[in-house]
Design a protein around this ligand. Structure first.
Ligand SMILES: C[S@@+](CC[C@H](N)C(=O)[O-])C[C@H]1O[C@@H](n2cnc3c(N)ncnc32)[C@H](O)[C@@H]1O
Length: 263
């Protein structure tokens, strides 16, 4: 696939991607997350899929004029189908996301994701962005939220039918997550997520040392949050400039995590 980076230079990631950063805490690949050679590099039985894929709507707002168009956002990609490959193909029990572990996917509904991601139970969460969002600026109601689907991955259809993964009343807080979106002028990516929001999701669904995977990493917020929470991160991003930004941010988070560990 050919994409355009922020310098308007056409850049195509190589087959299998290119590792831009690798450490004990994080791996960051510049690559196409639909590429089977990239998917194969994700360690088996990882602990959490937390991702924010393109939403399939061409991005259109005044705010986004600072940013380039998001690759894969034109509705031509079956994103639930792509993410299905990241949790592990149907019938595969020794790869992808570990059984009974969780997924968080921004912008898609439980109806979109339950089948492809083999979810036993789901919850519909809402990120309240606090201030008014962008999007269609002529609409009467300005979007100030995004949906996040939470789900429990259950590999076997027979287990799902028996109710495995159904949610008990263990969620620790309400389904509205209120976190200020990265401010106008300071956001590094048109869809940048707040690190504290990602940290809450990660902290709720993993333990220290778990591996968090984000195949559409953007500016790397998932990776920053994972590293600051003492987890590990595996990130893929197709846009070279975004991938390099993710490397810078994750390296800064690693420095902080190293200092915390040394105290
Ligand atoms: C909604 S944004 C993610 C923003 C991110 N959560 C953040 O906080 O910065 C989706 C990202 O997916 C990337 N993307 C689109 N198609 C991709 C592909 N095939 N492989 C990997 N990344 C892709 C886009 O370049 C974009 O940066």
């Amino acid at each position: 696939m050919t994409v355009t980076d922020t310098l308007n230079v056409t850049v195509t990631p190589p087959p299998g991607g290119q590792i831009l950063h690798q450490s004990a805490r994080a791996t960051i690949i510049w690559g196409d997350c639909r590429d089977p050679e990239v998917i194969a590099q994700a360690p088996d039985w990882y602990g959490l899929l937390a991702t924010d894929p393109p939403y399939g709507i061409a991005y259109n707002s005044n705010r986004s004029q600072r940013f380039t168009e998001i690759p894969g956002d034109d509705g031509t990609v079956d994103w639930p189908g792509v993410l299905a490959k990241w949790v592990g193909p149907e019938g595969t029990f020794n790869g992808g996301l570990a059984p009974s572990r969780h997924v968080y996917v921004f912008g898609y509904t439980p109806t979109d994701l339950t089948g492809p991601l083999r979810l036993g139970g789901t919850a519909d969460l809402v990120w309240d962005k606090v201030d008014l969002g962008s999007g269609n600026l002529t609409a009467a109601w300005s979007p100030s939220h995004e949906r996040i689907t939470f789900g429990v991955h259950v590999k076997r259809a027979s287990d799902r039918q028996k109710g495995a993964g159904n949610l008990s009343a263990r969620l620790r807080r309400g389904s509205i997550l209120r976190y200020q979106r990265p401010g106008r002028g300071s956001a590094r990516h048109s869809n940048e997520k707040p690190v504290p929001l990602m940290a809450e999701l990660i902290e709720s669904s993993t333990v220290m040392g778990d591996l968090v995977v984000d195949p559409c990493a953007g500016s790397g917020s998932t990776g920053v949050a994972a590293v600051l929470e003492g987890r590990r991160a595996f990130l893929v991003e197709i846009n070279r400039a975004n991938a390099e930004l993710a490397v810078q941010r994750v390296k800064a988070a690693e420095h902080i995590a190293d200092l915390i560990d040394a105290t």
